[in-house]
Design a protein around this ligand. Structure first.
Ligand code: NAG
Ligand code: NAG
Ligand code: NAG
Ligand code: NAG
Ligand code: NAG
Ligand code: NAG
Ligand code: NAG
Ligand code: NAG
Ligand code: NAG
Length: 752
């Protein structure tokens, strides 16, 4: 039984409602055990500043704060109000509150096991400062975090103005302790699962999707619900969030028992969104390369898969397949009959097709004049409005923050692709602002590649790059979601028929039928290792639908064999990377390859392209992926229902049963940045070094006395947890262990 729940939030002056298909009987705490919120909120008028605090979902609070002027009503929010799950009574909405005061006394509100209290300092025992606690089972209160205010320093809620008007910059500081661990924060290429100590700019680039959602080892989760660019800092005593341009500050916090990260994810995803279930076919294998050039080659590709009897779920058409940037149509000179091509591919293999789209529109695109005339293009605050360049043409990005521009994009895609059988879209270069490369004037001079202008301060329908830049990729995913939902007459949240692939995203991107991949990474061993920690951080941010380019995207110019499919060094890296891709949410190869006799933009990247002796190994992983379909279906379903993470850093399942895990996670040792659980039963430790024949793996202690043994997938040898073991890892075997019976895993009988 499913029921439709409407969630609304205020977006750009109008209330936007999204229907969710909610499960009628989600596993939910019974409200009778629950401490109902004892207030609908308080509003603290403290001098020129207003702070509104409301109970929010289970065990959570939402805080909004502003100096002088109230919010404009045009603020963008990424959280559901009220959250998808929460206590039946006391659901605070909008800006409701029942208590108003001026900050001169201490007041408290409790919601479930979380308490917020205002407190002061020696001069003002009442106080305007917020502190958040967890109420323990024995009634004691444990401080989670409070607003950080050492004696005679700047206010923890600090505002500044660079000009007149209602826009301000904000810096909010929260206390932490040196031993706190911080998980999530979107993705950075930094080898870290614990982000403690990091300073992270909230500015998007290719491979870099900083997102202010995190889980703390102290047992709380936090969402900085701001579209603004800015910064996150995780210092020894202070966590600080900066918004460069804002008209309100908005954040939410929720708690759970320490170590209960599944509950934290459940709480966080009730605010930020639950993923729908992916189409069954998408759990298979996705074939892609830079780039299939034309229709003839594409059909030949499908024929090849059929003849070799290699299962495949989707083929991908990359960029430059259009006549001009922003046409959002395949170039008819190269793709003369799209409809018959997609039929043919389907007949041969059953596979779907995905096509790349870029947000960029060049002056010679068929759509340029109409989009310019209607205000569908983003401009820049100064100058001629150009946001980047590509291959010698200046371009402007379409304005994803404008609902009419989203409609225009979708109508064009529908006419040129969807109606002709290509129903999945690759939202490439989605980072916003420019085309997403740091310090690059794309495709202009190869001699000037690193001048320090970061992103243009673009002007959008919804605001500026500084003010709403973080909305751009999210709204771009939304364009494809809305369009596809319209075309299939389905509601958001219901099972997906098609999927998109996005290079970026933001808070709650998991609510769309959209995968996020780790971006254009280089094809070297070190980068392979980096992707593991990146995927684990994506998972903790809420993005379960994660993937990466198996084999790496582009050559590292300092490594002669990088991406060269004829060199044994690269073949080995490719096989190791490919075998790992079996154990991430979506299995997908992609990239630029180097080969003899062809230019670097068309070299092969098919399962049989890496030497005849290696083809059976590559194909064996594709087949294993299809065998795992029931298991995948079960973990994706669970993610849909409760937000239970698919890729699971070891702290999720073993922090309580194995004291080593907490310590190793804190120190970001290779065990915790390079090993993880894929679903509840599989432990994966991808080989990230060349010339390896055996591999050391730390197997966590499972649970005290009733210790469940680990079984090595390739030999069936069992091992007790709590030790490092060395297992044979010839190039055809990825180090993979399982808990429980292999048969149950293959049947997907994994959740009781
Ligand atoms: C707080 O301020 C209010 C309004 O000025 C005043 O009535 C009240 O007595 C003050 N309370 C304390 C505890 O200072
Ligand atoms: C709500 O409950 C908490 C914890 O019992 C208490 O400290 C607080 O004063 C209560 N607040 C209100 C407004 O009743
Ligand atoms: C209450 O429970 C907390 C958390 O389990 C524990 O740390 C604390 O020592 C307990 N306090 C008392 C007085 O039992
Ligand atoms: C299509 O692409 C293939 C492979 O790159 C190439 O050999 C062929 O010449 C192209 N055909 C057309 C019609 O462009
Ligand atoms: C760049 O544009 C030219 C036409 O102006 C085209 O022939 C060429 O293929 C393009 N190259 C790339 C890498 O896009
Ligand atoms: C989807 O349909 C709704 C309702 O007809 C419409 O308002 C919206 O603009 C459409 N969106 C897209 C992207 O087509
Ligand atoms: C461990 O991690 C470091 C980076 O932190 C890396 O350089 C090293 O190669 C890794 N070792 C193994 C065995 O993966
Ligand atoms: C791998 O082994 C081969 C042959 O034993 C050797 O030539 C090569 O240098 C080794 N590569 C690395 C990266 O250690
Ligand atoms: C391991 O056990 C599975 C059944 O659980 C079996 O299919 C497989 O052949 C065994 N592998 C080896 C190497 O014995």
């Amino acid at each position: 039984m499913r029921s439709v729940v409407n969630s609304c939030w205020l977006l750009l002056g109008s209330t936007l409602c999204i229907s969710h298909v909610a499960l009628a009987n989600p596993v939910q705490q019974r409200d009778s055990d629950y401490f109902m919120p004892n207030s609908t909120g308080f509003r603290m008028q403290h001098g020129f500043e207003t702070v509104l605090v409301q109970p929010f979902g289970y065990d959570g609070f939402r805080v909004r704060a502003w100096p002088f002027r109230p919010p404009t009503g045009n603020e963008v929010s990424f959280i559901y109000d009220p959250p998808i799950e929460g206590p039946e009574d006391g659901k605070a909405h909008g800006t409701s509150f029942d208590t108003a005061f001026n900050g001169n006394r201490s007041i408290a509100i409790r919601n479930g096991n979380t308490l917020v209290r205002t407190s002061g300092n020696s001069g003002n025992p009442g106080g305007y400062r917020l502190a958040f606690y967890r109420v323990e089972q024995n009634g004691t209160e444990t401080l989670l975090t409070n607003e950080y205010a050492p004696l005679k320093s700047i206010n923890p809620r600090y505002y500044s103005w660079s000009g007149s008007g209602s826009e301000f910059s904000a810096e909010f500081s929260f206390s932490t302790t040196p031993d706190e661990q911080v998980y999530g924060t979107g993705t950075q290429q930094d080898h870290l699962v614990n982000k403690k100590g990091s300073t992270i700019d909230l500015i998007n680039y290719n491979t870099f999707i900083p997102t202010p959602v995190f889980m703390s080892s102290k047992g709380y989760g936090f969402v900085w619900n701001m579209a603004s660019e800015g910064r996150m800092e995780f210092g020894p005593l202070r966590n600080r969030f900066t918004a460069r341009v804002a008209t309100v500050v908005d954040y939410a916090i929720t708690s759970a028992h320490p170590g209960d990260y599944d509950t934290l994810q459940r709480r966080l995803s009730a605010m930020t969104g639950r993923a729908p279930t992916p189409p069954d076919w998408s759990l298979g294998y996705i074939q892609s390369k830079l780039r299939y050039e034309n229709q003839t080659e594409f059909i030949l590709l499908a024929q090849n898969f059929k003849e070799r009897k290699i299962p495949v779920s989707m083929f991908v058409i990359d960029y430059q397949s259009w006549a001009h940037q922003g046409d959002w149509a395949l170039d008819p000179r190269l793709w003369p009959d799209v409809e018959s091509m997609s039929k043919k591919v389907k007949e041969l293999t059953g596979a779907e097709i995905m096509a790349s789209l870029w947000p960029s529109v060049s002056d010679n695109s068929v759509n340029y004049l109409e989009m310019q005339a209607n205000g569908y293009l983003s401009a820049t605050r100064d100058g001629p409005g150009i946001t980047d360049s590509w291959n010698g043409s200046y371009i402007r990005n379409y304005d994803s923050t404008n609902p009419e521009a989203r409609d225009f994009l979708w109508k064009t895609l529908k006419r040129n692709y969807y109606d002709k059988g290509i129903k999945n879209f690759w939202i490439d270069q989605a980072d916003g602002g420019s085309l997403g490369e740091a310090y690059e004037n794309n495709g202009q001079s190869t001699y000037i590649q690193s001048i320090p202008y970061a992103l243009p301060n673009s002007n959008y329908f919804a605001g500026t790059q500084f003010g709403v830049g973080k909305l751009y990729p999210w709204a771009h995913q939304q364009a494809i979601e809305e369009g596809t939902r319209n075309a299939t007459s389905t509601e958001m949240g219901s099972p997906c028929d098609h999927i998109s692939l996005s290079r970026s995203g933001y808070i709650g991107s998991q609510r769309f039928c959209s995968m996020i991949w780790s971006g254009d990474v280089s094809a070297v061993w070190e980068t392979l290792g980096l992707q593991i920690a990146s995927g684990l951080s994506a998972a903790a941010t809420g993005w379960g639908w994660w993937t990466m380019d198996a084999g790496g995207f582009q050559p590292d110019p300092t490594v002669p064999w990088s991406t060269d499919i004829d060199r044994p060094e690269y073949r080995e890296l490719y096989i190791r990377w490919f075998q790992w891709s079996t154990f991430v949410p979506f299995m997908r190869t992609h990239g630029q390859r180097v080969c003899a006799h062809q230019n670097a933009y068309t070299c092969p990247n098919e399962p049989w392209s890496y030497g005849e002796e290696n083809t059976p190994t590559i194909v064996s992983y594709i087949k294993l992926r299809y065998q795992l379909a029931p298991y995948l279906r079960a973990v994706f379903n669970q993610f849909h229902k409760t937000g239970r993470m698919i890729m699971r850093p070891l702290y999720m399942d073993f922090e309580k049963s194995d004291p080593n895990i907490g310590r190793m996670t804190q120190q970001n040792t290779n065990v915790t940045t390079q090993q993880y659980m894929f679903g509840p039963n599989l432990l994966v430790s991808p080989v990230t070094l060349p010339n390896v024949t055996e591999w050391s793996v730390y197997l966590p202690r499972t649970q005290g006395d009733t210790e469940t043994p680990w079984t090595y997938w390739w030999t069936n040898q069992t091992y007790a947890g709590g030790q490092t073991v060395t297992v044979p890892a010839p190039v055809e075997h990825i180090p993979l262990f399982h808990l429980g019976a292999r048969n149950d895993i293959l049947k997907g009988n994994i959740f009781k």
